[in-house]
Design a protein around this ligand. Structure first.
Ligand SMILES: C[S@@+](CC[C@H](N)C(=O)[O-])C[C@H]1O[C@@H](n2cnc3c(N)ncnc32)[C@H](O)[C@@H]1O
Length: 541
């Protein structure tokens, strides 16, 4: 969903394809309209021999890139050594990671693990250093060179002796867990009515800063920008780590641990890995299509947990998320089916997916198409506020959070969310009274966008007319940009005067100072979560 809640598909690319395909659509429109199910729509192309032959020949012209190469591994390791010699440890570390991901065999990788452990200890990352020393030893690091690893190990152990482990993740305390909603605190409930569909209601007064939800995603994917160069983001769970390990088959995907690698490989990457060398050639297959593929593969292996209540970790809830299928034009369905077919031909020719799902192909096609539509309404671009400066975009991933998807939109929302790795934390952004609905913003707020823009966007993307207070009363957009705020005595005094307004009085429309304060509050939430330093009491006093 736009900006913060990002639309995953590249709309302009899609529009361009629509224009290009218009004559084909018009020629086949009536025949295509006869298809009754999503699977039939995909089969309209998938069973068309001419179409498939054309796609296959496109594929046969593609030269796959090398997956592993010792030559590249050695070059990266040597370049890393030069940077290490110049005391540029962080840059050296990246090259050692690259060397590890290119290495064809364990022996070559062992050298880079050993060297990376030296960069890690120099950066004060003692635990990571110890892990890499173990990896180097297990991969066959030469016996006659092991002494320096053992010396380094002793130093790292010594440094770790008095350190306090960091709290890495927040969990809702057992006594406050919601017994009907898996990822929620016991201060909200799920309701349904005609105007809002399903929505979230506060079951008691909630103070600003209180945590409402701590939700693990059903599926996440890493933003291409974060894996195109070797970085420190885990492809499986998106956490930041300094000493990732690569997929054993390709150099393109890195993981925080063996467990994460194995889990991602078994559910998804074993198929993706085989089509990766070809995927760049099919520019229309953006990460949006791969996300829908990942959701579908996870769903096909869903063990059908029958526990009562609303759960974030099963397909039953995902299947019931909105798709707005009825509002989708025939032309759009035509194009979505055609593109899905292209992905399926690629998977059939280059991966073992279709053999594995033999007998369940039609279910797969049906689910894939639904997930494609559903992702657009429900998946969310994940943004980090602090660590992104080195990357092209603050977006580091895209995720599907089923409970988050139960929150409706307001242009002046009373909740906001941040991330700790791939876990989402939703907090009260203003005080919420018992019985009030909890809203998030779908990236469209009254302070940034005027009423006309908001209504048009929300209608075209999410198919509803917003009736929040800001829309009904046509509040003016903010005159000063929130980003312009700077810390100084005067600005802090002004903000202090407005804390009461933010926490108790709720002036309507809110003043510029209150808007700034909300912005700062959100930054504080993000800083707490990104650093993984959430305390025991998540309420701001
Ligand atoms: C992510 S879902 C939210 C949950 C949804 N109400 C449901 O029943 O599944 C987004 C959809 O909810 C509806 N929606 C969201 N905010 C709304 C609002 N303020 N008023 C009415 N409908 C809203 C729209 O249909 C939108 O496409």
């Amino acid at each position: 969903m736009a900006a913060k809640r990002t639309i995953i598909t590249d709309d302009q690319l899609f529009e361009a394809q629509m224009r290009r395909m218009k004559p084909c659509f018009l020629a086949e429109e009536n025949e295509f309209a006869q298809c009754a199910t999503n699977a039939e729509r995909i089969n309209f192309f998938f069973n068309d021999e001419q179409e498939v032959a054309h796609l296959s020949s496109e594929l046969s012209r593609v030269l796959p890139h090398a997956s592993k190469s010792n030559e590249k591994a050695i070059t990266c390791r040597k370049d890393g050594n030069n940077l290490f010699g110049a005391e540029k440890y962080e840059e050296a570390l990246k090259l050692y990671t690259e060397s590890i991901s290119w290495a064809e065999g364990e022996e070559e990788a062992s050298f880079a693990y050993g060297n990376r452990s030296a960069a890690l200890i120099a950066m004060g990352l003692f635990q990571e250093c110890l892990t890499d020393i173990e990896r180097a030893l297990q991969s066959g690091y030469p016996v006659n060179m092991r002494d320096k690893l053992f010396t380094r190990k002793e130093k790292a152990l010594e440094a770790l002796k008095d350190s306090v482990p960091k709290v890495k993740a927040y969990e809702i305390p057992q006594s406050e867990k919601n017994d009907k909603i898996q990822s929620a605190r016991n201060c909200i409930e799920l309701k349904t009515d005609e105007k809002y569909g399903r929505h979230i209601i506060a079951t008691r007064d909630i103070k600003i800063g209180e945590i409402l939800v701590v939700e693990k995603p059903y599926v996440v994917v890493l933003q291409p920008d974060r894996y195109s160069k070797p970085s420190c983001f885990c492809y499986g769970c998106l956490v930041f780590c300094y000493n990732p390990i690569p997929c054993t088959k390709c150099h393109k995907r890195l993981y925080c641990s063996e467990t994460c690698r194995e889990k991602d490989f078994q559910t998804y990457h074993k198929h993706e890995c085989l089509i990766l060398p070809f995927i760049d050639q099919f520019m229309y297959l953006t990460d949006y299509w791969l996300l829908a593929l990942k959701i579908t593969l996870v769903a096909m292996n869903d063990e059908n947990n029958t526990e009562p209540g609303y759960r974030s970790d099963r397909y039953k809830e995902v299947k019931e998320l909105r798709t707005h299928r009825a509002e989708c034009t025939l032309e759009k369905m035509y194009l979505l089916s055609l593109f899905s077919t292209k992905l399926f031909v690629l998977l059939r020719e280059k991966s073992t997916l279709f053999e594995e799902i033999s007998g369940r192909e039609e279910i797969f096609k049906e689910l894939y198409f639904c997930n494609l539509l559903m992702s657009k309404i429900n998946c969310i671009g994940m943004e980090d506020w602090y660590s992104h400066s080195k990357y092209e975009s603050p977006m580091y991933g895209t995720g599907l959070f089923p409970l988050f998807s139960m929150f409706n939109h307001s242009c002046y929302p009373n909740t906001t969310w941040t991330y700790c790795g791939s876990t989402m934390i939703i907090r009260a952004y203003s005080p919420i009274k018992k019985g009030e609905q909890c809203f998030v913003s779908y990236g469209i707020t009254f302070s940034e966008h005027d009423l006309k823009y908001r209504q048009e966007r929300l209608q075209s993307l999410f198919k509803f007319t917003c009736t929040c207070k800001a829309c009904k009363e046509n509040w003016p957009v903010s005159t000063s940009r929130q980003m312009d705020w700077t810390f100084n005595k005067e600005s802090i005094t002004k903000l202090k005067e407005n804390i009461e307004e933010l926490t108790d009085k709720q002036a309507i429309p809110p003043s510029e100072e209150t808007l700034r304060l909300r912005y700062i509050v959100r930054k504080i939430f993000a800083a707490l979560d990104e650093e993984g330093q959430l305390g025991c009491d998540p309420t701001i006093k």
